[in-house]
Design a protein around this ligand. Structure first.
Ligand SMILES: Nc1ncnc2c1ncn2[C@@H]1O[C@H](COP(=O)(O)OP(=O)(O)OP(=O)(O)O)[C@@H](O)[C@H]1O
Ligand SMILES: C[C@@](O)(CCO)CC(=O)[O-]
Ligand SMILES: [Mg+2]
Length: 400
């Protein structure tokens, strides 16, 4: 029994969420909070009826099991298609997966998990067919909260499945960040990213691809219309992340922005255009910081202003939320500018979240803030606060 594992990071979006779905540029950075996925492939049993595919989700604390025969019967997998090229999940296949999930009693309070389960069944059966196996997933990332948990789930899952399929192989380099995790080669990364994007489509509906790209390739990236530019970044930068723990769902928020865009196409085109300019400016400031430590200091105010402008435009798109605004006001009292990251959570009954990513290179102020303001935020909003390092590397894997 061979066991392999993959680990993929979450992300914060420095500028451009939502607008990126409509063709604007966005800037994102990988953070040192990870989702880990391990796979133990079982030998093909003599008694085929006993063979199962198991999924153990540590964070929601739920386990699932499907008889391999049942998967074959319902999904009619096209195993000959192979894993070397990523394929989309057809509507028929998605409907068959939904039928399989109906056979499980997912607690009503955790029904949001079904999108992740569908992505899992699609990725597993497309890459490995109906082979018996056990997959275990654990994560540092809060789910459905703007830190790219769905992308880290799909990237680590695609990585481990493609490794087990023998399609993705080691390049030998063992990275410094975390013992024993090996780097994935460039072409293999591209393949992992393409499969993960297909998984994200199941969870997000209409993803831009930025979240899976930054989780796969790591570092800081500018992303526009599927094109990725790696931004050189300087020393690791710390961010303070505020989690309001107000639940929401990216798919619904993305759809809400698209509906607003179809109702007010000219106005929203101008909003997306303005976000594009902000992202372009943010990315040039990030690159400047990599080359010139002094020059960045003079740009700090500009960066803060850009963050405020982007936050205002997110409000225009309808994805802010009262709790986000409270966090912004509170952090501002400590002279820290914040903005939401990811899908946000604005105004509608189905989606609520806050992430306040604080402006770059203000570690001292962040520490002062953490001491003085954190208790206020925690008490007022029952938020979680944590520090994260951004710009770290992407997916890695290992055999155990
Ligand atoms: N560790 C995990 N185990 C199981 N399912 C997960 C896990 N992580 C993410 N998911 C799936 O992804 C969904 C959350 O994705 P969603 O895109 O709404 O939020 P997010 O990715 O955390 O935030 P954003 O897209 O704004 O960055 C969950 O509801 C679940 O279906
Ligand atoms: C809201 C969004 O722009 C970012 C979610 O992290 C959606 C996407 O780009 O897929
Ligand atoms: Mg997501």
């Amino acid at each position: 029994m061979e066991v392999c594992a993959a680990r993929a990071p979450g992300k914060i979006i420095l500028a451009g969420e939502h607008a990126v779905v409509h063709g604007s540029a966005a800037v994102a950075a990988a953070i040192d909070l990870y989702t880990r996925c391990s796979l133990c492939l079982m030998p093909l049993a003599d008694d085929e009826a006993a063979a199962t595919l198991e999924l153990d989700l540590k964070d929601p604390g739920l386990a699932f099991s499907w008889p391999c025969g049942r998967l074959r019967e319902v999904l009619l997998t096209d195993e000959a298609a192979g894993a070397r090229e990523a394929r989309p999940c057809s509507p028929d296949r998605l409907a068959s997966i939904a039928r399989l999930l109906e056979e499980h009693e997912i607690p009503e309070a955790k029904i949001w998990l079904s999108a992740g389960l569908s992505a899992f069944l699609f990725l597993y059966t497309s890459i490995l067919g109906c082979r018996p196996g056990k997959v275990t997933v654990s994560s540092d990332l809060p789910m459905g909260s703007g830190l790219g948990s769905s992308a880290a789930f799909c990237v680590s899952m695609s990585g481990v499945l493609l490794t087990a399929a023998g399609v993705v192989t080691a390049v030998g380099g063992i990275s410094g960040e975390g013992m024993g995790w090996e780097l994935v080669g460039k072409d293999d990364l591209e393949l992992v990213n393409r499969w993960a994007f297909q998984g994200e489509k199941i969870i997000h509906g209409k993803p831009s691809g930025i979240d899976n790209a930054v989780s796969t390739f790591g570092s800081m990236i500018k992303f526009k219309k599927g094109e990725l530019t790696n931004l050189k970044s300087s020393n690791p930068v710390k961010m303070l992340i505020t989690d309001t723990r107000v639940g929401r769902n990216t798919k619904a928020l993305v759809a809400g922005v698209s509906e607003r865009a179809s109702r007010h196409s000219d106005a929203m085109a101008s909003v997306f255009n303005a976000v594009n300019s902000i992202s372009e400016e943010v990315s040039s400031i990030v690159e400047l910081a990599a080359n010139d430590e002094i020059a960045i200091t003079s740009k700090e105010e500009k960066l803060a202003e850009l963050m405020e402008m982007n936050q205002g435009l997110l409000q225009c798109m309808g994805v802010s939320h009262s709790s986000i605004e409270t966090v912004l006001r509170t952090t501002l009292k400590f002279n820290l500018v914040s903005k939401l990251t990811g899908a946000g959570g604005g105004g509608c009954s189905w989606s609520r979240i806050v992430f306040a990513a604080l402006k770059l290179r203000l570690v001292d102020r962040v520490f002062k803030f953490a001491k003085e303001a954190a208790p206020i935020l925690m008490e007022m909003l029952r938020t979680d606060l944590s520090m994260a390092t951004i710009g770290i590397s992407g997916i890695k894997y290992r055999f155990t």
